[in-house]
Design a protein around this ligand. Sequence first.
Ligand code: EPU
Length: 335
Amino acid sequence: MRIQLNYDLSAQNTFRMKVSCACWVEYETVKELEGLNFDRLPQPLLHVGEGSNLLFTKDFPGTVLHSNIEYIKYVDMGFEEVPVMVGAGVVWDHFVAETCRHGLWGAENLSLIPGEVGAAAVQNIGAYGAEVADIISGVVCFDLQERKRVKFSRAECRYGYRDSLFKQPEGKGRYVVTSVLFRLTRKPSPRLEYKGIREALEGREPLTPQEVREAVIRIRRQKLPDPEEIGSAGSFFKNPVVSRDDFARISPDGSAPHFDQPDGTVKVPAAWLIDQCGFKGAREGGAAVYERQPLVIVNASGEATPAEVLALEQRIINGVRERFGVTLHPEVDHI
Ligand code: EPU
């Protein structure tokens, strides 16, 4: 376990904001987490993974906790389904790479998403027609309020689009994910609904998870900034869901990209709305709208400040609202 005061968080957030916290705690086991004297730590408490979906808006006055619980345990009994128990601190893409190498299906469409396993289960990460909730059977947490271990079934996690119990008021800040139980399968089950993936792989069946993973990685590298080179927190905004009437107003001839939802509403790509408003490449100081995917705000100079990112965010929200009457909501957690 490592506890440090006045800790620099620059390397703990993929946006690379130069901020600090009053206290940093890194633990290796659930026992260490349970043994912490929480009341003596500077408050409030914040638990982070790789910090790949956060925007620190200023220095954090409390304690930031980070898990180094790293194990991947297969319960392989030779059945079609293979349960896998994974520690919250495992880097998400290490887990995906390993399961694809073993020929297990389920995580391949979620290749190369930054972050760690615990945060993936909080955030319900998704890409290319898949969401992590599709392969989660259960989540084990430490309850900071009751100071005890608790288990949640998939249904109890109340997963939605980039949403879960752990992001809602009754769960946020209360439960620390310590491990996640996944359900993978040997049965070939490629999900090729997403256009780019279908085009890359159609006609090449039978596929392996590894081949799907490689196609996903190629597409992501074309569209999204390489976290090693340029700071960002991935998609900055959620894709808004609007009524059918509102969609008709946004796109009278219906030509705008959209996804009809089962309940009759319509999901419109925020990237398209932002692009239509001419925001590609727009800048506020060191912060910029990424040219190849305007849903992403990047730390273009490497020196962008939280205030510059917030100013750019507000300009985009105002611009899209004025032009289309739609209010964008950030996907990135503001701390
Ligand atoms: N588009 C434009 N201009 C552009 C780029 C895109 O108009 O310059 C339009 C295109 O019509 C495109 C549409 O936007 O078809 C949607 O773009 P895309 O499918 O690439 O992705 P997205 O809907 O913008 C979501 C997730 C991503 C995920 C991709 C792929 C959210 C908030 N974002 O983005 O997740 O990788 O789908 O499935 O749901 C993340 O959460 O950090 C993330 C990157």
